[in-house]
Ligand binder design. Structure first.
Ligand SMILES: [Zn+2]
Length: 314
């Protein structure tokens, strides 16, 4: 379920005001560049903006029930095209798809909207091709580029877009959303907020993938003398794909760092983290994790790699 009203976006006042005002005055830009850290609401806001733009019943407070709203919610609206990196880049082939898409007038709405996620991943050829469309877009076209790092975009693309800045969310906001919207219990919500670096998206990813539970069983296996237990955990971790493991490695690194801070300066330690803290050299540990990631990208035997990780870390 998508957020359907810009009013319901948490803690992105300036971005929300800018978009609301543009809608109210009917002065829309042909290209927006939503920029800010991962998981703070860029895409959520973009979709909410589209509900306002496309709703057939109420543009000020989108109804969520008209055909148009339903199609946006399911991401099947024919006047919206969403582009994201295939493998590691956005290619010229994808930009040609955009050029074809904007050739004809919208089918159901007043506008045709093109989302480009992780826009900084356009390769140079793609970026140059897009630039042509950005220079003279048909009047019914709105581009929304999303990027965590717009300094990697061509300056000519940036200069043709209206920049909409998103900021990191305070821990208290993240904890509040996790409790109210996602119904997490207090201890877990506080921990997720604490370790997610101002990114609600990251907090939710960690929760949905069960990463805190994985961390707990990983640490238990690490401190245990039981080789079979270690192997079972290694085997389970080996079943994840590399992308999902990103969150797991992130959380282990945070656990190591926060253990160190607790030990050295008695810095508050996240409540839902394992009871056991890591007491060996944190720098070495991070090095071992780094090597493990490299190995996983190369080797066919992830079970062995994870078993080795447990043996080396603890
Ligand atoms: Zn509607």
């Amino acid at each position: 379920m998508k957020v359907k009203n810009l009013k319901d976006i948490f803690n992105q006042g300036p971005a929300v005001n800018l978009l609301s005002l543009a809608l109210k005055k009917g002065r829309l830009s042909h290209a927006y560049l939503f920029t800010g850290p991962k998981g703070v609401g860029k895409e959520t806001t973009a979709w909410a903006f589209l509900f306002h733009l496309f709703c057939k019943e109420n543009k000020e407070n989108p109804c969520g029930t008209c055909l148009s709203c339903k199609k946006i919610d399911k991401e099947i609206h024919p006047d919206i095209l969403k582009i994201f990196p295939e493998k590691r880049e956005i290619t010229i082939k994808q930009i040609r798809e955009i050029i074809n898409f904007i050739k004809y007038r919208p089918l159901e709405a007043e506008y045709k909207v093109i989302f480009i996620k992780e826009a900084e991943k356009m390769n140079l050829e793609a970026a140059n091709a897009l630039l042509k469309s950005l220079e003279e877009p048909p009047s019914y076209v709105i581009f929304i580029l999303l990027s965590e790092n717009f300094t990697q975009l061509l300056p000519t693309i940036v200069s043709r877009s209206q920049i909409v800045k998103f900021r990191s969310l305070p821990k208290t906001t993240i904890a509040k959303v996790l409790k109210k919207r996602f119904f997490f219990e207090e201890k877990v919500a506080e921990t997720l907020a604490d370790i997610s670096q101002g990114s609600l998206g990251r907090a939710i990813e960690i929760a949905e993938k069960g990463v805190l539970e994985e961390l707990n069983s990983f640490v238990k296996a690490g401190f245990s003398e039981n080789a079979i237990l270690k192997f079972r955990v290694a085997e389970r971790l080996a079943s994840y794909n590399l992308q999902d493991l990103e969150a797991f490695f992130y959380v282990i690194s945070v656990w190591i760092w926060r253990s160190y801070l607790k030990e050295k300066i008695n810095y508050p330690y996240p409540q839902a983290f394992p009871e056991e803290i890591y007491t060996k050299n944190p720098y070495n540990a991070l090095q071992i994790i780094y090597e493990t990631k490299k190995a996983l990208e190369k080797y066919a035997k992830p079970e062995l790699t994870f078993y080795n990780l447990i043996l080396q870390l603890f």
